[in-house]
Design a protein around this ligand. Structure first.
Ligand code: SF4
Length: 225
């Protein structure tokens, strides 16, 4: 079982998709819109089995005419067995596609996670890289600077196991130079990656604005909700 604070909600992302919002993350991004469940896992949400989550997501997707589902909110790769069982249900049922939105930390840390994901044909992974270099990563996520490399390792591991994926980068807090350098690094990992890159921008929800203000950090580019 894994804790979720909401199952399931429809949304317009990806041309229409239903999401279940899980509880818990291994980063602490200043721009996170879902910080309450992340910081209070003990008092947020309820535990669900993979079958319960799949059933709710499928019902939501079919009733809205969507063929895509995802786990959002916090970090879906935490609770590996739960996620793999959920992906197994998607695969066996063969009716829907699953978009795995992840910060990539665990896939970069343990290559066998990418191997396990490679078993699923109805899966696409979106690795959301949180900053453009180690220093910016540390400032934005609160994690050790060297953990930035794990996000890049996730891309390498997914490539090695031929998993369908693309990288996204939160560019709101990158300098021009750090973004340029990161794109060069991506090209060194695989020449196709720069063209697959999806830029992400911070959305200025009031609680996000307040957190960034307290940290003294200003986004270079942002959107209002
Ligand atoms: S990785 Fe995602 S869920 Fe985790 S803190 Fe950052 S934005 Fe929030």
């Amino acid at each position: 079982m894994r804790k979720y604070y909401r199952i399931a909600r429809p949304g317009r992302w990806y041309g229409g998709i239903c999401a279940a919002d899980c509880v818990g993350c291994n980063l602490k991004c200043l721009f996170c819109w879902s910080n309450f469940p992340r910081d209070h896992p003990e008092s947020t949400g309820k535990f669900y089995t993979p079958a319960q989550v799949y059933s709710a997501l499928k019902e939501c997707a079919l009733s809205h005419g969507y063929d895509r589902i995802r786990v959002s909110g916090n970090e879906p790769t935490i609770g590996r067995r739960h996620l793999l069982e959920l992906l197994e249900l998607v695969e066996v049922d063969g009716k829907l596609y699953f978009i795995l939105e992840t910060n990539g930390i665990l896939i970069g840390y343990d290559k066998s996670y990418a191997r396990d994901l490679s078993r699923y044909s109805r899966l696409h992974v979106r690795v959301s890289i949180k900053a453009c270099n180690e220093e910016e990563f540390h400032r934005i996520t609160g994690a050790k600077p060297e953990a930035f490399k794990l996000q890049l390792n996730a891309l390498r591991n997914l490539l090695d196991y031929n998993v369908s994926f693309h990288p996204a980068i939160m560019v709101s807090f990158c300098s021009d130079e750090s973004l340029r350098n990161l794109i060069e690094v991506l090209a060194e990992i695989d020449s196709r990656l720069p063209s697959l890159l999806e830029p992400e921008y911070v959305i200025l929800y009031p609680h996000v604005v307040e957190r960034l203000r307290r940290a003294g950090i200003k986004p270079r580019i942002s959107y209002t909700p």
